[in-house]
Design a binder for this molecule. Sequence first.
Ligand code: GLC
Length: 444
Amino acid sequence: MAKSVRRPARKAASDPATMQGDSSWFVHDRFGMFIHWGLYALGARHEWLMHNEQIPVGEYERRYFRHFEPDLYDPQVWADTAAKAGMKYFVITTKHHEGFCLWDSDLTDYKAPNTLAGRDLLRPMVDAYRGNGLKVGFYHSLIDWHHPQYILDPHIGPYRASPEREQLNKARRQSRYADYLHGQVRELLTRFGKIDVMWFDFSYPKPDGSGKGRADWRSEELLALVRGLQPHIMLDDRLDLPYGWDIKTPEQVQPRQWVTVDGHKVVWEACQTFSGSWGYHRDEASWRDTDELIRTLVDCVSKGGNLLLNVGPTARGEFDPRAMDRILGIGEWMRRHSRSIYGCTQAPDEFGVPENCKLTWNPDRKRLYVHVLAWPYKQLWLPGQAYGERVEYAQLLHDASELTLNRVEDWQAHWVKSGPTAASVNLPQTRPGVAVPVVELFLK
Ligand code: GLC
């Protein structure tokens, strides 16, 4: 837990409203892999295609449930790739809004073992990632466009504009769906060992009651179930409850500063895609490049947050070459620079941010990391007296090559009034050939 993050006081240890998960590993590890994998990978044009194209349940089953055959699926390859990227945890869609389940649930037939895959796809994934030392997270969709008891609303889902919607709803009971939801969460949290993150998605309450929120999921009860089964779990913030969650989850947007709630800094994690879609999208051309993704990771940590970076595997069961290129490219940078990510957080205010840079800070090792986004002319100016008073040694992180410091006695920098201070770092003329060069400052 970052020291400056305020958390509500615990009332009763057994009250799920005030219980909180173990965030100590989470704020240390900083970087995770999100995986969106389901039948929509076959459509290969966004995980919301059932909604977007208003595909009825039967038709969706005929096309995708019947033809799902991930014959190249090797979870060890996935887990190895995540480890190479420096990712320390992963969050997998056990079920997305389409309703299809990756594990061998007792509560539905709409599951991987009943496809051409012929087996539980979740368990070997959990084993492989856990075997590589990554923490395990489950994304589970609250929304379900397949379940026969789920009330069809006018906003979201394949039947939102259907003239039969109200007729279909007559035979439906949302509370029976909630029973199913709770039953499946119980399976997920009792059959796969220790689960570190529970990531529910999502609520959209509307003032006129036509959306979906806590009453539809029976969120208080669900929260109690989760905390009862796995008290330490890190829970996201999408159950439509003002309490009980551990993580704020900005999505497809980078916060401008450390995320706060009621004026208090909170634990947060941005989730981002490579190209816009979460599920595998064959034709999307808007892929971010590796350097930009590295800068996004740095940006998160510089504001005290995590990055959960998504990959959408193909329906054959592979990360496609564009994804591999980015993930391994990030790994290449992380191999030499993870010191500026793990265990790091936002720098104390007294350290001004040098021009075109982002700072991260390791409070235990007292090291400040200056991520240099645009290579300056000869010197990296360090704004603020705190630098002068506290920097004792500087080096480039990727090769530990010394960077000499300029003292104010030498330079008479006008903004430093007194004391023997370091005002700037001398840089090599040529920008190092790494995606984002980092200057490591050792503080007294
Ligand atoms: C959204 C979308 C979804 C994706 C998720 C990830 O809520 O519905 O497709 O799974 O965000 O944050």
